[in-house]
Design a protein around this ligand. Structure first.
Ligand code: SRM
Ligand code: SF4
Length: 551
């Protein structure tokens, strides 16, 4: 057996006294930033210390900024929690809140001196930033739409349960950011993680059968509930998903989770702990680029994983149920809600709540006291509204000039983009800031062919890490070098299939143009009701590339 030397990050974790390191001292010293080791540990507490890439480019040197990520399990907050989050965007950061692709909230451009107050205020709103980042179980995602169906109404509690039970138990978080009293009541042992935590991040998602609104196959661990006459029978377990692809590491690749078993409701937590345990014990601690659970399952096989899981659970596993998927789009606009009343899905382009959108959402939360839900497609839902609230909400949105979802062009409506520049340290090129222009160009091509109203999922990232999940989109645009992108096609309209490379090194201004011949073919050759991604898959992305690729 080859024993590989643990990567430097492993030593930082084990030597950190359960995530303390020198964080407390560094927070109050005179330096503008944090040491290398502290940057690693800060992530577990929810913060990424970096610098403003625009300032660097402009020759202004390193302007230190941090990003703070808040966990919101299942994406649900009360009106009061939302208003607290909203207020914080003025006291720290750049005046915006950013809904993440995992239903969290991010503050960008946070100064080192503002971090502690911000984290305290987030906790005062009964939310946490602990484990929002780092080598631990991340924010647990769950479909946010409160659709009718008794069984779905309170399903969110399972996301909350896993979030609570799988959070690190270290007292370091309370000690460093909150008050000492709380810290004294917390134990330092990490029964699940141990002193070295996980080899890498670990993601868990729930999706309701038929509706892949959470992109469940892209998680390390997915649960799909099955109901019989309104009673929860159990979950199909999916394992081994992940999209991250490291530039220059050829073994790294996106992978969709495999269905591995069916477990009864009482085994949900034990199953989650067991799968996290497999990752903890067998994930690659020598090479972080190949450390996700997907590589363990890819190497040892699904059958091996099933046996390993059964052994860890101490019982044989039932086979997974067959899953059929019909939808992945968010529920935008008005929809009847579980238990009566209505919910409204607001399209928030790239999840960025700023300016007029922020003012409108704040006013709606204040006046209507609506529960707010963040979706994994970076949108926002106002839940629990009655008939009288409908014209009030629409009035508020109109007053602030915020477009209703039906008024937006289809491509922009069904798009996602990661933040990329100037806040992301790993960005190769732009994403969020250029998405509206790229979506408009693609919309123009579709309009010209009478296809403008089609639902086509477009997702863009500023590097191959895949934060806005471009590899499961019908059109994926992935940053390759400055101003240049790889175009992926053939992902399924319900995100159950990986897209493939159609074109590389496409300049930003030519993205719409290179898709033109494929749209023409689609308009001509598609079958009745055939989605764009399905057409590309049927036609063959290799064949499309051969016909319409670069000479
Ligand atoms: Fe991500 C790293 C933003 C969802 C795969 N991601 C980053 C960092 C923290 C950059 C860094 O490490 O320095 C980005 C911060 C940028 C900024 O300025 O805010 C970042 N990731 C995001 C968010 C905010 C994108 C968004 O558009 O909303 C999402 C935060 C979700 C959350 O609330 O937790 C986000 N990241 C994802 C997803 C999608 C998902 O989980 O559904 C993925 C692909 C799925 C997966 O995990 O494989 C993803 N992010 C990565 C990776 C590649 C991981 C890998 O296995 O190789 C990195 C790089 C890394 O970890 O080293 C990364
Ligand atoms: Fe940054 Fe790349 Fe993630 Fe975009 S995909 S946020 S550029 S790490």
């Amino acid at each position: 057996m080859i024993v590989r030397k643990p990567s430097p990050g492993e030593q930082v974790k084990t030597g950190s006294r359960y995530l303390r390191g020198t964080l407390a001292e560094e927070l109050i010293n005179d330096g503008p930033g944090f040491s290398k080791d502290a940057v690693v540990l800060l992530k577990f507490h929810g913060a990424y210390a970096g610098d403003n890439r625009d300032s660097r480019k402009a020759g202004d040197g390193k302007v230190h900024i941090s990003m703070l990520r808040v966990c919101v399990p299942g994406g649900r907050v009360t009106a009061d929690q939302y208003l607290a989050l909203d207020r914080l965007a003025d006291t720290a950061g750049d005046g915006t809140l950013r809904i993440t692709s995992r239903q969290g909230i991010q503050y960008h451009h946070v100064g080192k001196r503002a971090l502690r107050d911000l984290i305290r205020a987030v906790n005062a709103a009964e939310l946490s930033t602990l484990a929002a980042c780092g080598d631990v179980v991340r924010n647990v995602v769950c479909c946010a739409a409160p659709l009718p169906g008794e069984e779905r109404a309170e399903f969110w509690r399972y996301a909350k349960l896993l979030d609570r039970e799988l959070k690190p138990k270290t007292g370091a978080y309370a000690e460093i950011w909150l008050d000492g009293e709380k810290a004294a009541t917390l134990e330092d042992a990490e029964p699940l993680y141990g002193a070295a935590y996980l080899p890498r991040k670990f993601k868990i998602g729930f999706a309701f059968e038929g509706e892949n609104t959470t992109d469940v196959y892209t998680n390390d661990l997915g649960f799909v509930p099955h109901f019989e006459s309104g009673r929860l029978e159990g979950f199909t377990v999916l394992a081994g998903g992940g999209l991250g692809t490291s530039p220059g590491v050829k073994e790294s690749h996106p992978r969709l989770a495999d269905p591995v078993a069916f477990v009864p409701p009482e085994d949900l937590l034990a199953t989650a702990r067991a799968v996290v345990g497999v990752h903890r014990d067998l994930g690659n601690r020598a090479n972080r680029k190949l450390a996700r659970l997907k590589y363990v399952i890819g190497e040892l096989g699904v059958e091996w994983f099933r046996n390993e899981l059964a052994e860890r659970l101490g019982k044989p596993l039932a086979p997974p149920r067959e899953l059929v998927w019909k939808r992945q789009s968010d529920y935008l606009g008005w929809h009847p809600q579980a238990g009566g009343g209505w919910f409204f899905g607001l399209r928030v382009v790239s999840g960025r709540i700023g300016g007029a959108v922020r003012a409108a959402v704040r006013q709606a939360a204040e006046e209507l006291r609506a529960e707010i839900r963040f979706t994994p497609q970076q949108n926002l839902i106002f839940a629990g509204l009655d008939d009288r609230a409908r014209p009030v909400l629409e009035g508020i949105l109109r007053e602030h000039g915020v477009a209703l979802p039906g008024e937006l062009p289809s491509v922009l409506r069904h798009s996602m983009a990661c933040p990329a520049l100037p806040t992301c340290a790993l960005a190769i090129t732009e994403s969020e800031r250029v998405l509206p222009g790229i979506a408009a160009g693609i919309q123009g091509e579709l309009d010209a062919l009478g296809l403008g109203a089609e639902t086509i999922h477009l997702r863009q990232t500023g590097c191959p890490n895949g934060c806005a999940r471009p590899y499961t989109a019908e059109i994926g645009i992935v940053g390759q070098s400055v101003g240049m992108y790889v175009v992926y096609l053939g992902g399924s309209p319900v995100s159950t299939r990986l897209a493939q490379v159609f074109r590389e090194k496409v300049p930003q201004e030519r993205l719409a143009e290179v898709l033109r011949p494929v749209f023409h073919e689609y308009a001509r050759e598609r079958r009745a009701g055939e989605a764009f991604g399905d057409y590309c898959f049927r036609a063959g992305v290799d064949a499309l590339r051969a016909r319409h690729g670069e000479a």
